[in-house]
Design a protein around this ligand. Structure first.
Ligand code: GLN
Length: 220
């Protein structure tokens, strides 16, 4: 894992977008910028062209879904998530889920079945230390707010974390989904991990492009 210092010095040209139609986008922006990451609040589909990764923030999934349709985001986002890392938190996770219990699907790219507001009224909001191997041995303080849990995850989906046996964080290729809100804790490890994914993917894409360019030049 990179230190903040390394992120600051090597990350200047990569831009991470945060979908900013509704919800906790400002908190994600703040934590990414504390880590030295350039960010862009994404309010129009055309902005997807200038970012290398995207955060789907928490909020109200039904409202976000309506706005995504209204502003013609669905097809451009479907294309974007095929080739770029995305971090989807809480309502964002619901937006990307292939099956939604207690709601409708919106952009069904993540092979999970989620249950909205799954923890019930009694546990509306809570913080819990989770063991997340991917982030190292120190327990991770996860904040849950009217959170969904993941009832089922497909074969291509890695389970990153559970709370009381329920799946609460997953990774499928470039897509990370969490029931909780990494932007609401002081622990920056989730965002650091996401930034490193975006950087690796960007390098890969750039070297593929230059390889293809070389092939074209050689064949001319
Ligand atoms: N309960 C909300 C929904 O279903 C999600 C809550 C959140 O993002 N904090 O959309």
């Amino acid at each position: 894992m990179n230190t903040n210092h390394e992120l600051r010095t090597t990350n200047h040209e990569i831009m991470i977008g945060i979908l900013a139609l509704q919800g906790a986008f400002a908190e994600h922006q703040k934590i990414l910028e504390v880590l030295g990451q350039r960010t862009l609040l994404v309010k129009k589909p055309s902005q997807l062209k200038v970012i290398e990764g995207l955060v789907f923030c928490g909020g109200e999934s039904t409202t976000i879904a309506l706005l995504l349709k209204k502003y013609d985001f669905l097809k451009p986002l479907e294309d974007f998530v095929k080739n770029h890392p995305v971090l989807a938190t809480c309502a964002g996770l619901i937006v990307l889920a292939k099956e939604v219990k207690g709601g409708k699907t919106c952009l069904p790219v993540l092979d999970v079945s989620v249950k909205r507001n799954a923890f019930g009224r009694q546990y509306d909001s809570f913080e819990e230390n989770l063991d997340i191997v991917l982030l190292g041995s120190k327990p991770y303080p996860a904040t849950f707010i009217r959170a969904p849990w993941i009832e089922k995850a497909g074969n291509d989906v890695d389970v990153l974390a559970r709370y009381q046996k329920n799946i609460v964080a997953v990774k499928q290729g470039n897509i990370i989904g969490t029931s909780f809100h990494p932007e609401l804790t002081k622990d920056t490890r989730f965002h650091q991990y996401f930034i490193s994914l975006v950087r690796v993917k960007d390098k890969e894409t750039k070297s593929n492009k230059s390889f293809n360019q070389q092939l074209i030049t050689n064949n001319q």
